[in-house]
Design a protein around this ligand. Structure first.
Ligand code: HAM
Length: 422
């Protein structure tokens, strides 16, 4: 029989409380930390479906992007309609606010969930991955940019990210972007024989994307080409300096005029956080302003800025861990008293939310159950047998100190003991 296995580039995350450095646990913890930060910044959650009409991504992420050109997971449904597993969530958020007719209001949204891109899998690059994202809608360039980078700094701090580098750039307004693209085209067209196929395609479809070329020969040619900063307005330069000055104590910020981002909807300030510890796929979050997207999708004029965080990459960098709650292992040593003993465990669990009580469900010797309690890093074993049920007491054994005596507590004392554990 053919073996069943997961799809290429898609992984299972299997939690294991005792192994906090395990990537699955780091991912779960990272998600919790992010949700807390989003709540602290007074941002509301938004959930949109994983499946959307294919046209949504073509009209937003754009025909010029790699995502739409080669990476969409698109299918025909039973009605022969083309649907796509979302490769990102910004387009869905804007679709949703337009559809709900709330595209004339201000919003701050966060989301967290799986995204799909049919990429060539490698370290840090998956076909199903998770993003947490924020979209701040309805605010023009200014404070919203500061809010966004403030959140990036808070994330780096909370997860102890070492040596993060935040690259920022400005793509200009419609007019300056057009002027710059034209001069870039004029400069590169006579040199087109020296460009590879991919860069030639970029030059024709979206010249700005050529700045992002991975080809060293193209990068060499670009050194003598026109630079975007010469085309930027004073306001654009000011916002870059404002961001840099405001957060320079918290974060290493670099203005990088070659940063263009791979999605077509960006219009102004853009940014990407990278870490050399990640290897080739070094960006763990990215985003920027996309003031035209709402109108492009048939909505109102809605200025917007957002970012998305690659959870797997951020978790790989995280240096802080969840503080484990004090754990107690509840050991029943006679099958005859299981229902009565279980009822006691049920009551104990309701007394203190800051501890874990793990009722060992399997049969086995006391020795093997104590071994399991130690393996799970339990601080105490609560041991109950027929004698204890009769005398309404329980044995409490500290697992923190091998030499400590075990105690016998009656149920009332046990309840007080449980309530006091921190
Ligand atoms: P993005 O740069 O395409 O932006 O993705 C954001 C982050 O998702 C990346 O920096 C990376 O950490 C992670 N990521 C992307 N692709 C993969 C993959 N195949 N495997 C693992 N991680 C990946 C966006 O998606 C925009 N929607 C961000 C945004 C929100 N802009 C405005 N609002």
């Amino acid at each position: 029989m053919e073996k069943i296995h997961s799809l290429t580039g898609m992984m299972d995350l299997i939690g294991n409380k005792a192994q906090k450095e395990d990537i699955a646990n780091k991912i779960f913890y990272t998600e919790e930390v992010l949700k807390n930060i989003f709540e602290n910044y007074s941002i509301s959650e938004i959930r949109t479906p994983a499946l959307e009409n294919s046209s949504l991504f073509k009209r937003s992420v754009g025909d010029n992007s790699d995502i739409v050109n080669k990476e969409l997971y698109s299918f025909l449904d039973k009605n022969e309609k083309s649907i796509t597993l979302r490769p990102e969530a910004t387009a869905s958020v804007i679709r949703s606010v337009i559809e709900k007719k709330i595209d004339n209001e201000t919003h701050k949204f966060w989301y967290l969930g799986p995204m799909w891109r049919y990429e060539r899998p490698q370290k840090g690059r998956y076909r199903q991955f998770s993003q947490a994202g924020i979209e701040i809608l309805g605010y023009p360039e200014g404070l919203a940019e500061l809010e966004m980078i403030s959140i990036v700094c808070a994330i780096n701090k909370a997860l102890g990210i070492e040596k993060p580098l935040l690259k920022i750039n400005h793509l200009g307004n419609k007019e300056s972007k057009q002027n710059y693209c034209e001069s870039l085209k004029n400069f590169l067209e006579p040199l087109s024989l020296e460009l590879d196929k991919k860069d030639l395609e970029r030059l024709n479809k979206n010249p700005l994307r050529i700045l992002d070329s991975k080809n060293p020969e193209t990068q060499e040619i670009l050194k003598d080409g026109p630079k975007i900063d010469a085309y930027l307005s004073d306001e654009a330069i000011n916002i870059l300096n404002l961001v840099k000055n405001t957060f320079s104590d918290d974060c290493n910020i670099e203005i990088d005029h070659n940063l263009v981002r791979g999605l077509d909807y960006y219009t102004g300030f853009v940014f990407e956080a990278v870490s050399e510890d990640l290897g080739a796929q070094n960006a763990y979050l990215g985003g920027g302003r996309y003031d035209e997207l709402s109108k492009q999708l048939g909505g109102k004029d809605l200025p917007a800025i957002g970012m998305a965080i690659g959870i797997e990459r951020l978790a790989a960098l995280a240096k802080t861990y969840r503080k484990n709650k004090t754990s107690l292992s509840f050991i029943i040593i006679s099958s005859k008293i299981e229902p009565k003993a279980y009822k006691i465990a049920h009551k104990l669990r309701s007394l203190n939310n800051s501890i874990n009580i793990d009722v060992q469900l399997s049969e086995g010797s006391l020795k093997s159950k104590l071994r399991r309690a130690n393996k799970d890093n339990a601080s105490y074993a609560l041991i109950i047998g027929e004698d204890e049920i009769k005398s309404e007491s329980i044995i409490v054994k500290s697992l923190l100190d091998e030499n400590s005596e075990q105690l016998v507590m009656d149920f009332k004392d046990l309840e007080n003991f449980i309530k006091k554990i921190k």
